[in-house]
Ligand binder design. Sequence first.
Ligand SMILES: Cc1cc2nc3c(=O)[nH]c(=O)nc-3n(C[C@H](O)[C@H](O)[C@H](O)COP(=O)(O)OP(=O)(O)OC[C@H]3O[C@@H](n4cnc5c(N)ncnc54)[C@H](O)[C@@H]3O)c2cc1C
Ligand code: FES
Ligand code: FES
Length: 487
Amino acid sequence: MNTLRFNLNGRWVEEPNVAPTTTLLRYLRDVRGLTGTKEGCAEGDCGACSVAVVENGPDGRPHYRAINACLVLLPMVQGKHVVTVEALKSGEYHPAQQAMAAALGSQCGYCTPGIVMSLFEATYREDLKAPWQLDDQLCGNLCRCTGYRPIRDAATAVAGSCPKDSFSAALPESKPGSMAFHHEENGQLFATPTSFDELWSVLDEHPDARFVVGGTDLSLEITKRFQVPPKLVSLEGLHELHTLKEGPTHLLGSAVTISELEDFTATRLPPVHRMVRYFASRQIKHRGTIGGNLCTASPIGDLAPVLVSLGATAVLRSRQGERRVLLEDFFTGYRKTALQLRELLVGVEVPALAPATRASAYKVSKRRELDISAVSAGLLVEVNSQNVVTLARLAFGGMAATTKRATNAEQALVGHPWSEATVDAAAKAITKDFTPMSDHRGSAPYRALVAANLLRGFFDETSVTPQPRLAPGHAATVLTAEEVRRG
Ligand SMILES: Cc1cc2nc3c(=O)[nH]c(=O)nc-3n(C[C@H](O)[C@H](O)[C@H](O)COP(=O)(O)OP(=O)(O)OC[C@H]3O[C@@H](n4cnc5c(N)ncnc54)[C@H](O)[C@@H]3O)c2cc1C
Ligand code: FES
Ligand code: FES
């Protein structure tokens, strides 16, 4: 048993007695009286609960990151620095607050602290260059009175301004410390091991414990279904799982967050980068992980289709050793995976893309930002010098109980010329591959049509460049050939 210790608004606090399934949001409001952080939805959608934590960035330096306090369990901030809206006004109002006031961005006031915390992160971002990045920065903050224009003006005024103030001065000293934590009491366990030996020991004693990392999926059981998972083992403290390694086969560690993945794949794996651009909100991307996304085995999880299309392999590890499974075989049924008891996903290995390989990814949802897919697709073909398709991997989400390849459509492509006629035949064959369901996200015929049209759109886009990237002002799913040309 060790004491929970983290830095809150510049002061180290210790919490020996708080239940480990308490969310950071409830703790801030109920225990600390920091009621500037609001509860709106308690499910990661509205951003009213946004606070900042300090995390190490890809450059190895600490950075402020906005996260949703409603989905973070208290032990997940062990050793970290947390900043709430109350700490922003030190003497003068913070530039993010000043910008919101000057632009008249604060209207109902309820969502304002969360918006200010997103702008707080944006203030210290050195990589905020393009307007679409501002959309991404703000899409996790809901303004119900539609005051987006002034909020957007405030963001434009302050984002990337990187002031030399007490917050930037504090950053170098705020590197996250060890996350090691073990709380066991009255049948409840929360452990964050920092080595595999410790992990195996905890699992030997508690074989029924469940893994958690970002908690963006699992915490909903607590906040929406009011359940208390009795035994949780966080994998966040295992350094190796945060690995991002470039090579002929890239290694993506399972505890790598979606925002880290977004940065890593920008130049290395454009189809993955394109998919994660419209994955959740920035707050969720800072906590959600590759492993969490794949291990929920959701048929509408966004990473699986694109990674399957790229030929990824899942690396699994238990006390008995390591094994590798093709990612497409990792999903064994609706929300079921090949993982055995006490086995975890270490990461995925993804072959580097040859420059001539045509590959892209698509997400179709009712809303562009912060929405769940109705259909998603990862599509890859290789075409030889005679313009004949030699390999096709067409993986779809939202079309079956698991992410699934369209094998009939693939057969209609391989051995045939990469032409509009072939693609049309393959698009028709997709109807044989799937019997999609109808739900509030789309009817079965709609899904079937979307899947077929995504393949047609893929053909169009890749006729210009093999791995098309989203253009800066891009708002739709498929780029027109003209848009691809313009870049
Ligand atoms: C508002 C909101 C928006 C979202 N938007 C999207 C979206 O656009 N697209 C999308 O695909 N998803 C979305 N999600 C779902 C979720 O954020 C992602 O699936 C995320 O990647 C989960 O990662 P996590 O680390 O938070 O998972 P956790 O909640 O920590 O874990 C999820 C499950 O995976 C298991 N697990 C985690 N890591 C491992 C491992 N290494 N080995 C074995 N088991 C493991 C856990 O035991 C748990 O059962 C959204 C969620 C929210 C709340
Ligand atoms: S309360 Fe709505 S995102 Fe947390
Ligand atoms: S400012 Fe709160 S809903 Fe618009």
